[in-house]
Design a protein around this ligand. Sequence first.
Ligand SMILES: CC(C)(COP(=O)(O)OP(=O)(O)OC[C@H]1O[C@@H](n2cnc3c(N)ncnc32)[C@H](O)[C@@H]1OP(=O)(O)O)[C@@H](O)C(=O)NCCC(=O)NCCS
Length: 249
Amino acid sequence: MAVVVTTVAERPHLREQMGGPRWDDAWPEFMDHDPVADLYYSDTTRWAKHILVATDGDEVIAKGYTIPFAFPTEQRQTLPDGGWDTVIRWGSSDYQLGVAPTACSALEITILPSYRGTGLSKTMVAAMRDMVAGLGFSDLYAPVRPSQKSREPDMPMSEYVDLWRDDGLPVDPWLRVHARLGGEIVAVCPTAMTITGTLAQWRAWTGLPFDQSGPVVVPGALVPVHVDVPNDHAVYVEPNVWMRHRLTP
Ligand SMILES: CC(C)(COP(=O)(O)OP(=O)(O)OC[C@H]1O[C@@H](n2cnc3c(N)ncnc32)[C@H](O)[C@@H]1OP(=O)(O)O)[C@@H](O)C(=O)NCCC(=O)NCCS
């Protein structure tokens, strides 16, 4: 495997391969329905210098998205409880208003399922650090989605994030990848992503019945989804973990 990682700005012709059916199984279906995502993903040409694409030969096998934003500022003293959703809103409004960014936030690293388990995630995080440092920023923040939290949906994220191995690294593999490359855990962001839908939508997204009110465990979800049958809706509020990579530009 000869992996080449560059920004999308350097290889814009690869953009087409970064979407489409090959990526259908990359994320649980319900994760595609966070309405805030459109603010960023509806036009990623704006962020081409901030997006990584990895290839093996001619094939795109991984991608990594970041958003520049102003932080800290007078109004933004701490990383937001609203994690991914809020940082997309901040970065998008900064872009629209012409506010100069002073930091970058990771939004996503996705490895094509057939290339997972090969260590590529470390290459992508390291390349993301280099890209963001190369853009002149001294901090890369990341609202990290711990990859194995879905195995413990009933455990509060505040407890999960405090599970350590004997070698001092996080038990969760994705938190561990960040930590090994220099990421420090800053805080849980309890409302990082909010996904709402009617019961019919949730049934279509998950194949589950959604016929009883209360918390429902959904495969791939980090915490239970809250179901309200009389009012015909369900709400998923995903907690993530803010990590900070200090960089040397
Ligand atoms: C999360 C993701 C990027 C990790 O990439 P990966 O190719 O699966 O992982 P890697 O092979 O690089 O391994 C990273 C670590 O996870 C561990 N790991 C990988 N798969 C594992 C599994 N199924 N069970 C337990 N540990 C696992 C590896 O041992 C390694 O830990 P180590 O360095 O301490 O040995 C990838 O699974 C993915 O794209 N997932 C879907 C999208 C996503 O959730 N992205 C992250 C949030 S933005």
